[in-house]
Design a protein around this ligand. Structure first.
Ligand SMILES: [Fe+2]
Length: 195
């Protein structure tokens, strides 16, 4: 079943410090990942499995890159979903963060430091069996994602997410990201993680 493109136009005009032209350019990139995911999945249906090979083969190359558009599509959806300032951090979120970071301020400072060092993604993840919380860096979309973890906050730190508004000032963009955090979306993820 082909993946459908989600519409995030409700964010236009609603974010602090992230302009509509910046958002619209970003929506276009996201749509490209959904289309490419569908294309790769279609091509995999046709490719000859018998020719798969470590060095090169159509089937093996499609498999090697599948996670790029897959994560590219879903990470963008999680990023847009956790934008537009709403609500406040739930007690469950605060407890989780306090156990691993001591305070929300420490978590935020760690997330910013993590993001300043990566053109890719920062994902706050909860370890499934221990509930340990870690800010992970993801290069491209698929390199560095930890198994046995569930993402609860997703920050896009590719230059395309902020360059129109902030040029190379990734730090200013990360600061404004926190001001736009949709706590209702984050709290819902935490609730599912703990259930
Ligand atoms: Fe992006």
């Amino acid at each position: 079943m082909a993946k459908e493109i989600k519409n995030f136009k409700h964010l236009l005009g609603k974010l602090q410090g992230i302009s509509d032209p910046q958002l619209e350019a970003h929506f276009g990139l996201y749509e490209g990942y959904v289309k490419k995911l569908n294309e790769v999945e279609e091509k995999l249906k046709q490719a000859d499995r018998s020719q798969t090979n470590y060095s090169f083969g159509e089937y093996s190359e499609l498999k090697r890159r599948l996670c790029v558009p897959y994560n590219g599509a879903y990470l963008h959806e999680m990023y847009f979903d956790n934008l537009m300032s709403q609500g406040e951090a739930s007690q469950d979120f605060v407890s989780l963060i306090n156990q691993s970071f001591g305070s929300l301020e420490n978590w935020q400072a760690d997330m910013k430091a993590t993001g300043l060092a990566v053109p890719g993604w920062v994902v706050t993840c909860v370890e499934n069996d221990t509930q340990k919380v870690t800010n992970f860096q993801l290069m491209e979309h698929h390199i560095g994602f930890p198994v046995n973890n569930t993402p609860i906050v997703v920050l896009d730190t590719w230059e395309h997410a902020f360059f129109l508004d902030y040029k190379a000032n990734r730090g200013a963009y990360i600061d404004v990201f926190f001001k736009n955090l949709n706590w209702n979306a984050v709290n819902e993820r935490v609730k599912k993680t703990l259930s």
